[in-house]
Design a protein around this ligand. Sequence first.
Ligand SMILES: *Cc1c(COP(=O)(O)O)cnc(C)c1O
Length: 406
Amino acid sequence: MTTPAHPRTSDELIRAEEPVLAHNYHPLPVVVARAEGVWMEDVEGRRYLDLLAGYSALNFGHRHPALVAAAHRQLDRLTLTSRAFHNDRLAPFAERLAALTGTDMVLPMNTGAEAVESGIKVARKWAYDVKGVPADTATIVVAAGNFHGRTTTLVGFSTDETARAGFGPFAPGFRVVPYNDLAALEAAVDGTTAAVLIEPIQGEAGVLIPDDGYLAGVRELTRRAGCLFVADEIQSGLGRTGHTLAVDHEAVVPDVVLLGKALGGGIVPVSAVAGRREVLGVLHPGEHGSTFGGNPLAAAVGTAVVELLETGEFQRRAAELGVVLREGLTALVGRGVVGFRARGLWAGVDVDPALGTGRDLSERLMREGLLVKDTHGSTIRLAPPLTITEDELRGALGTLEKVLTA
Ligand SMILES: *Cc1c(COP(=O)(O)O)cnc(C)c1O
């Protein structure tokens, strides 16, 4: 192992990754070295506006002062106990998160995928213990185009062949129906159904927003069928859409809500399953766990995140600036933009394929100082930190216009 005598350039660092890092990502060619708020800076000191916000893990921007302070305070006191012992941060975190989400109980985990896995385990246990489904026959109904994470179980019911192919055999017990289709959902639900698991807005699929009435319909249907409604709010939740949860748009209360990403304030991975006592109450000691889940550092940061959301300021900002975003994108339709879907500070923008792929466009925007992420084909996703100012947002829309109409 040789260490170069001089600080390495972005190009050198990108080349250095190739032989030593698994190639499971294809990042934009930018090497970020520091960041604050909505701004990131690369190794050479070039500045970029972050319009991805870590897939909504950075809803409060980079290094939000209140979150960094909470982390620092906790680093100086206690970082890890494991759940073999209690820690003094966990109860306050659970109390406040349950209150924020209107639920009774919280199961803390780390990554989003773990929250989904935990939600699936809870739903199955509930189906056997409470609903009376015969052992090992429970089914879970999911939607085509879903993204719930990367474990073998979760990619097993993905409809994205790139995410799935080559990783089987997969866990049985999942039924896939088209998204935003209540009739298909109704037909797939039967006496074996433990839960319907859906994203209230499908982020990875391109910010697909279901028709008004769909979420309420899922709620009504699952109630009638006697199965759980599990909402994966890992990307859509915690302020992004202008509400605390995306399901709030239809005033719908699922049985179980899965949270992650922004819950860790962009500092540590923090996720949680939040739900009613009759549901989360099915777990008993030894039946589920995680060494790091609910650790004091995560709980301290998570509590600070909940405190930010309790003010309602970020939800309000997302709603208000969402109007600016929508107006800006509307003005680009027919001028490089074919169509878009937006709610709050979150948009999937379909770019005219004649202008290049989403990746091409992302690289062009990067050279203009805007960092975005393409999803499928010619779709790019915009999800700035909720701390972005109106001027910064208008500036970003101006850059987008410049690149699209060049
Ligand atoms: C990101 C995401 C996950 C997985 O979270 P990880 O922390 O990457 O494991 C699950 N569901 C949704 C909707 C997501 O956006």
